[in-house]
Each structure stands twice: as C-alpha cells, then as structure tokens.
Design a binder for this molecule. Structure first.
Ligand SMILES: Nc1ncnc2c1ncn2[C@@H]1O[C@H](COP(=O)(O)OP(=O)(O)OP(=O)(O)O)[C@@H](O)[C@H]1O
Ligand SMILES: Nc1nc2c(c(=O)[nH]1)N[C@H]1C(S)=C(S)[C@@H](COP(=O)(O)O)O[C@H]1N2
Length: 195
C-alpha cells in the first residue's frame, strides 16, 4: 500500500527571511502526529509570499514529490502580498469550494475576522491542496473544529472529510484518532484495518 505523502508549505515573508521563527510547519507537524493513526511521510517548504514561488512549490510537491495532500499556511488574507489562494487556484485542476466555506464557518467561532480569509481547497492531479490561515493557532482550529469543554464536537473540522476525499482520489486509506478528529466515510467505503 502506498504511504500517505503530505506536503507542508509555510508561506510567510518574515518567517522565510528569518525575522521570526516559523511556527506554521511545527504546528502542522504536531497536529498531524496527534491526528493520524495510519503512516505518513512529510515534505516541508518555507517560502515567501511570492505567487510564482508558491505555484512552483505546489507543482513540485504534487507532480515530483507525488504528495496526496498539501497543506499551506499563511497569505490567505486581503493584504496586497497575500496571494496563496491565487497561486493555489492557478495550479488547480478543480475547485473544492466546500473546504473554504467550512473553514470560514469554523473560524467565525474563534475570530470575527474569519471572513477576511480567502482560503480555498482544490484538486491538482492526485492531490488535495488546502489553504489554512497564517496564525499558527488557526491550524488546529480549522482542521479539528470547535469542541465544547467536555470534548463534544460543536462544528466539525475540515479534516473529518479529508480521508474520504483522498480515497476518492485513489490515494491511500487514511485513518484518524477520533479523540482529535473523527473522520467520516460512507459505510460502503469503510475498510477493516489492523490498526
Ligand atoms: N509562519 C509563521 N510563523 C509564526 N507566526 C506566523 C507565521 N505566519 C503568520 N504568523 C503570525 O500570524 C499573523 C497573521 O498571518 P499572515 O499570514 O497575515 O502574516 P503576515 O503578517 O502576512 O506575515 P508575513 O509578513 O510573515 O508574511 C502574523 O502577523 C504573525 O503574527
Ligand atoms: N481559525 C482562524 N481563522 C482565521 C484567523 C484565526 O486566527 N483563526 N485569523 C483571521 C484573520 S485575522 C485573517 S486576516 C485571515 C487571513 O489570514 P492569513 O493572511 O494569515 O492567511 O484569516 C482569518 N482566519
């Protein structure tokens, strides 16, 4: 069985030039380690907010590194240099509008400025590419969703739908820790695994 390959792209002028330390990739790595119960490999890239560099990086991760999933963080807002969604759309074969819609829904429970994120989800070849905002805390918020103090899910995180999406793209069978995020797939798509 093919192992899940995940590309992580932190898009930040200041982190990529060393003005501050990048917290995006560590936050993504930490969250994935807590959420995934099936094996995965990671490729990371830290780049500035330059549309051509973002496009090249996404293409390299999907076309050459054969990633099944690419998560970006940063550069989704309205500022002039925020161009991650534009780069993502430019390399997309198809849009998956539900991901952007659901992320903004979730984020509105955390910050009123959630509507300022232009984040998108797209498919390029075999890969699902998702834009997350740049605030490191938004990574957990959008992937995992909103829970009450006793752990009850109030708004499901977008990662609930990622394993089934990857399956529909003929990618590996991915399972998650339900305490972090319960992945959902229709009954006829479920497989017994030895995990
Ligand atoms: N990679 C990162 N590591 C740590 N903190 C980050 C990172 N990216 C963003 N942040 C924080 O989140 C805030 C909002 O993110 P946004 O993507 O809008 O950054 P930005 O102000 O455009 O940053 P930059 O100038 O680095 O591109 C930033 O001001 C910063 O405090
Ligand atoms: N979950 C979550 N979503 C969020 C935020 C956040 O802190 N948490 N910040 C918002 C803000 S303030 C902006 S400007 C947009 C775009 O952020 P970006 O440019 O860092 O991608 O994301 C929004 N979405």
């Amino acid at each position: 069985m093919d192992t899940l390959r995940i590309g992580l792209v932190s898009v930040s002028d200041r982190a990529s030039s060393g003005i501050y330390q990048d917290k995006g990739i560590p936050a993504l790595e930490e969250w994935l380690a807590s959420a995934l119960t099936t094996p995965f490999q990671i490729e990371t890239r830290l780049i500035p907010d330059e549309q051509s560099i973002i496009e090249q990086t996404l293409c390299e991760l999907v076309d050459e590194m054969s990633c099944h999933l690419v998560l970006t963080t940063g550069g989704t807002g309205p500022a002039r240099r925020d161009v991650t969604p534009d780069a993502t759309l430019a390399v997309a074969d198809r849009e998956m509008p539900g991901f952007g819609e659901q992320m903004r829904q979730i984020s509105l429970n955390f910050v009123p400025t959630a509507i300022l994120s232009r984040q998108v989800g797209v498919i390029r070849k075999q890969a699902l590419i998702l834009n997350l905002p740049g605030q490191p805390k938004s990574i957990k918020e959008t992937l995992e969703g909103l829970k009450s103090a006793d752990g009850e899910v109030k708004v499901p995180g977008i990662f609930a739908s990622v394993p089934y999406c990857l399956q529909l793209l003929d990618g590996p069978y991915v399972e998650t820790n339900p305490q972090v995020v319960a992945s959902f797939r229709p009954k006829n798509a479920r497989r017994e695994t030895l995990s």
